[in-house]
Design a protein. Structure first.
Length: 141
């Protein structure tokens, strides 16, 4: 069977786009969790804490999917002789403490973890977009 570079590039681009979709969905959940976290810090109460926790859980699930998609993308990059070690840290956060001790300090610590996760996701999105862009350029040469 012969090696078809353009076909392998298209497969890598598709895998990269799937990873980007998962990452962007996770970021949207983290954005929502951040917004609910701000409301919670301003005295939102138990309900805002529960909604924030739900958004964090959704983000964690999407980040697990993103990790799987990134692993698939890395495998596809190997087919076109590129490397792309990317990983998204899935923080456990501190949700139980956040609900049990609903106070400003715990809310602030949770908000910090949400912001760190958002930064990590943003960084990986940027790297994947650069690689996909390079692949698109390579595939038409």
């Amino acid at each position: 069977m012969s090696y078809n570079y353009q076909k392998e590039c298209r497969e890598a681009i598709d895998a990269g786009n799937r990873a980007l979709d998962s990452l962007k969905d996770a970021k949207a959940c983290l954005d929502s969790a951040r917004n609910w976290g701000i409301f919670d810090m301003l005295g939102g109460g138990l309900l805002s804490g529960l909604i924030k926790r739900s958004k964090i859980n959704d983000a964690q699930n999407l980040m697990r999917q993103a990790r799987q998609d990134l692993q698939s993308f890395s495998r596809e990059l190997g087919d076109v002789h590129m490397s792309g070690e990317m990983d998204v840290e899935i923080n456990d956060f501190i949700g139980f403490a956040d609900l049990l001790w609903d106070n400003f300090l715990v809310d602030w610590m949770m908000q910090d973890r949400i912001n760190n996760a958002r930064s990590q996701v943003d960084e990986v999105i940027g790297r994947v977009e650069q690689i996909v862009s390079r692949l698109q350029y390579e595939s038409v040469r």
